[in-house]
Design a binder for this molecule. Structure first.
Ligand SMILES: [Zn+2]
Length: 338
């Protein structure tokens, strides 16, 4: 147990900013786990993974409420959500594994989107209609907020931005705009729209490939926004020979594209779109015959049914050559990269 926690603190200090205090104590007691400055109380009689898991979560609060003393009443997602996000990075560092560490947050978010009592993240922690909606919003949607922000500006840029935020706001009381400023500085992008959409609305992230067809030596792909949430789209095109390329389509609101080298995979930036429909023309053939495909891409929120209504036809998957949104995350995930 001590060896795991030392490794966790070293990882957190490297990835999210230096732990500034000389020691940290983990004591058995209390109910579940509860964070305090330089101390957490946790219940015992757990298996090692559970014991480390709760200890990681509670100790990561030292960064998000401890050093960055955000207001967890007004902005519970800046406390619990950020702690969940960082904890999800720590656990595979300790135990290995290739599973998506944010999978449970995606699942929570999917459940939340279907709940009638889903409320915006801007609601005060004490004023949610239901405790369940508060919990999923603060923990899972808060984690999703950062994970999706990494999708918008690029994962490596995200890491730089979180370190910049930590160093700029340590021992202060940061507001959401302080995080926004740090992320805009490192990315060179305008991000006010992202903060507005995620914090102040309950809109769904749901996009689809509308049509795909060949024209001469090129392939044209039309993507369509089905949900209310505005987001850029990364799209992976795989040609009939099996070669793939990733195209990142930024929102016009971003006033730029995510920086080159900001992801762990190569990509090219396409012309921006406004979030309605967008026609992308690829200078290669990705189909061996002209055809139209309609398929659900991000899925999970009724998009398939809506597509059927809109187009009067069934969705089907193009088998040989296809565009694909979502291979990076789970099928229903709103982080549809290719
Ligand atoms: Zn917590």
């Amino acid at each position: 147990m001590p060896a795991y926690m030392v490794k966790a603190f070293e990882f957190m200090s490297e990835q999210f900013g230096r732990y500034p205090w000389p020691e940290y104590s983990i004591a058995q007691g209390g109910d579940g786990g509860m964070e305090y400055p330089m101390l957490t109380l946790i219940t015992g009689k757990r298996k090692l993974g559970s014991l480390v898991g709760v200890s990681v979560h509670e100790s990561v609060h030292s960064w998000f409420y401890g050093v960055l003393a955000s207001d967890e009443g007004h902005f519970p997602w800046m406390d619990e959500g950020f702690t969940e996000y960082a904890g999800s990075k720590v656990m595979p560092h300790l135990f290995g594994g290739t599973a998506d560490p944010h999978a449970s947050a995606y699942e929570g978010y999917r459940v939340l989107m279907a709940m009638p009592d889903h409320e915006p993240m801007s609601v005060h922690a004490d004023h949610f209609e239901t405790n369940r909606a508060y919990g999923i919003t603060a923990y899972s949607k808060g984690e999703m907020f950062l994970q999706q922000l990494g999708y918008v500006i690029g994962d490596t840029t995200m890491r730089q931005g979180l370190l910049r935020y930590f160093n700029a706001c340590r021992f202060k009381h940061p507001m959401p705009v302080d995080l926004e400023r740090s992320m805009e500085k490192v990315s060179g992008l305008e991000l006010d729209w992202y903060f507005d959409e995620w914090i102040n609305t309950t809109r769904a992230t749901d996009y689809a490939v509308d049509t795909l067809f060949t024209a001469g030596d090129s392939t044209q792909v039309r993507i369509r926004r089905l949900g209310g949430m505005l987001m850029p789209v990364d799209m992976k095109l795989t040609n009939t020979g099996g070669d793939s390329t990733v195209v990142s389509i930024p929102l016009s609101l971003m006033r730029g594209a995510k920086p080159a080298g900001s992801e762990h995979f190569p990509f090219t930036s396409a012309s921006p779109w406004s979030g309605g429909t967008h026609l992308h023309v690829a200078r290669a053939r990705y189909l061996d015959e002209s055809r139209t495909v309609q398929r659900r891409t991000s899925g999970g929120y009724g998009s398939l049914q809506r597509q059927k209504r809109e187009h009067g036809t069934s969705a089907r998957v193009q088998g040989k050559a296809e565009t694909e949104l979502g291979s990076r995350a789970r099928r229903w995930s709103p982080r549809y990269l290719l």
